[in-house]
Design a binder for this molecule. Structure first.
Ligand code: ZN
Ligand code: ZN
Length: 612
């Protein structure tokens, strides 16, 4: 007992229960008065504690290091590692120079952290110097050093250097393999990344995660989800990073069942709902069309950061709830969280869907005047949209001309959208010309303008635009809608006959048309001939992809379940009219996410108030 008590009094052991800076200072004072601090081993423990723990204090760590007579390599590595993650990573390099001068030999960890430092400060020059030293001292092919180097070269876009390095290793370890997957993914060569992944002799959760995340970042959401299934089958436990990537894939696809599965998994396995994970869940529910569930998760989260608030606000705006979006700003301020540039995108978007021009202008001014946030292209785009939607077209043009950098296609696109809404053909033509100067293959812009010509019976304009598209080789992205049923994502293209349930879908569509005609629906056939809007004009309106997907929803979902569709393009006028009518005639809630927003169809009306 006596021995135990005396051990528990050793100041270094007190570190285990130390949770505040004040307590740490007491411990530190004890180590100084008892001269324990002069012992290099104990000093290392103290340094690691304040350099790497949550109460991170690099200045103290540096101070302790300076009090240590002969610091161990562990202490020095700890410092370099801590610096590499700090806002002053270059301090690590100067510490390394100091090490060389004082004759402390570096080890593999020193090089691993130094390479990370070079990645952090984006210096390929220093990176090559460090790489050279690692070769000289025989550390180049150490698994950790090698993978840090691969990662560094990939970050600088030198994938060939990464590949050569990887090829040199006779027996690369799992860390190096994973780094190489990341390197291929980084330069968007997902086939090569996958090849690497498939050739790996052994895979841990980090390797699975690298491949899944690679797919997600490149926009291959289906591949990501299918690989996630394989991961489950292999019995590999997903970690937080995997969950975040999978949720992002679900958001992109509108695959809410799979997203919900992740949510249940988190709860069942009592995983900590971290801020990042919680924010990813909010984003998933919002983008999959269930804003109420998003709000539930939001309310239950104990810790929220600026991204959590911004995601919730962005979700509200996307669903047309401008007031709720703006209201959240007040609550966010009360919670002591300052808005950032992402928050302002959400806010301006909220004002735009609400038609609150004055408020939007005020926020834009506050952004610069109060929060010192430099507006980016996206913010200007929101302002164009805000004015344009409200019919203030000359103000919208004024915003574009007042931008401190070259206007991007998005700003002109917002103007073009406003021109369509307010039927201003002349300004619309001007906007289109600007867009194709920047992005000559922007199919959506041609389609919008062509639709405007059609709406005002200017068929010359329509055919002129079509030949211009042909001349320039602009191909229209085919319309595609997806619907998730029992966790399986079904994809429909315009005029698609490939679905196994095609006959049933045809029959259902026939039944739907019958009911709608009784309600007085007449398809707008003049539009069919000339409208090259969201889908090819050759296909009759009744085969637009979202109609096929909705019909499939009627067949395969329970009668009370809302039908949720995600579409890659804007919804066309006819589909919008038909869906409104369907929601009334069949008493069914239908939610469509198109390229820009959500449409909640209920009792014959849409949440977008027919402005989209
Ligand atoms: Zn349509
Ligand atoms: Zn709508």
């Amino acid at each position: 007992m006596a021995a135990l008590r005396s051990i528990s009094k050793h100041p270094i052991l007190l570190l285990e229960s130390c949770s505040s800076m004040a307590h740490f200072k007491q411990i530190l004072a004890q180590t100084i008065t008892t001269t324990i601090i002069q012992d290099a081993f104990h000093a290392g423990k103290l340094i690691a504690f304040c350099a790497l723990s949550d109460s991170l204090n690099l200045d103290y760590a540096r101070l302790i290091l300076s009090l240590t007579k002969e610091p161990t390599i562990f202490s020095l590595n700890t410092m370099i590692r801590a610096y590499s993650k700090s806002s002053t990573p270059e301090e690590g390099l100067s510490l390394y120079h100091h090490m060389k001068k004082t004759g402390v030999p570096p080890d593999n960890f020193t090089f691993t952290f130094l390479v990370r430092t070079c990645t952090q400060i984006s210096s390929i020059g220093y990176g090559k110097v460090v790489h050279g030293s690692a070769i000289k001292l025989g550390f180049e092919l150490d698994g950790h050093v090698e993978s840090a180097l691969i990662h560094m070269y990939a970050n600088f876009g030198h994938v060939e250097s990464a590949r050569q390095l990887f090829g040199k290793s006779p027996d690369p370890d799992i860390v190096a393999w994973t780094a190489m997957i990341g390197a291929w993914a980084k330069c968007n060569d997902l086939d090569r990344a996958r090849e690497c992944f498939d050739r790996m002799p052994r895979r841990d959760s980090i390797a699975w995660n690298a491949m899944i995340t690679g797919y997600v970042h490149a926009g291959y959401s289906r591949e990501a989800l299918s690989l996630f299934d394989d991961m489950q089958r292999d019995g590999v436990r997903p970690n937080e990073a995997t969950m975040v990537s999978v949720l992002s894939a679900c958001s992109h696809l509108g695959a809410m069942d799979q997203g919900k599965w992740v949510h249940v998994y988190i709860e069942k396995h009592r995983l900590k709902l971290t801020v990042t994970l919680g924010t990813a869940l909010i984003d998933m529910y919002a983008k999959c069309g269930n804003i109420d569930r998003a709000m539930e998760v939001f309310c239950r989260m104990q810790e929220k950061n600026v991204f959590t608030w911004s995601s919730m606000m962005g979700g509200m705006a996307m669903h047309g709830h401008g007031d709720a979006c703006i209201e959240l700003l007040g609550r966010m301020r009360e919670a002591g969280v300052a808005p950032n540039e992402v928050t302002f995108v959400a806010l301006l978007h909220g004002c735009s869907v609400n038609g609150s021009v004055e408020k939007g202008r005020e926020f834009f001014n506050q952004m610069v005047g109060v929060y010192r946030i430099e507006p980016k292209a996206e913010h200007y785009g929101c302002m164009v949209d805000l004015y344009g939607r409200a019919g203030l077209l000359s103000e919208a043009v004024g915003v574009i001309h007042g931008m401190p950098f070259d206007p991007h296609a998005g700003a002109w696109g917002a103007l073009l959208g406003a021109c369509r809404l307010h039927k201003n053909l002349v300004l619309g033509e001007y906007a289109l010309n600007k867009i194709i100067e920047i992005e000559s293959h922007h199919d959506g812009a041609y389609v919008l303008l062509s639709n405007m010509y059609a709406a005002s019976n200017q068929w010359d304009g329509v055919s002129g635009l079509r030949s211009l598209m042909r001349e320039r080789g602009v191909r229209k992205e085919p319309g595609c809608s997806v619907i998730e049923v029992d966790g399986v994502v079904h994809e429909f293209f315009v005029g698609d006959r490939s679905h196994p349930n095609f006959r049933e879908i045809e029959a259902k569509l026939g039944e739907i048309w019958g009911r709608l005609r009784l309600e007085g629906y007449m398809p707008n056939t003049t539009q069919v001939l000339f409208d090259i809007e969201e889908e090819e004009k050759e296909d009759s309106l009744s085969r637009h992809s979202e109609k096929l997907a909705i019909a499939f929803g009627f067949i395969s979902l329970g009668p009370e379940v809302p039908i949720r569709i995600v579409k890659n393009l804007r919804v066309c006028t006819d589909c919008h009219d038909v869906t409104k009518l369907m929601s009334k005639v069949f008493g069914r809630e239908i939610v469509v996410r198109d390229r820009n927003r959500f449409h909640h169809f209920r009792d014959g009306t849409c949440s977008c108030m027919d402005y989209w």
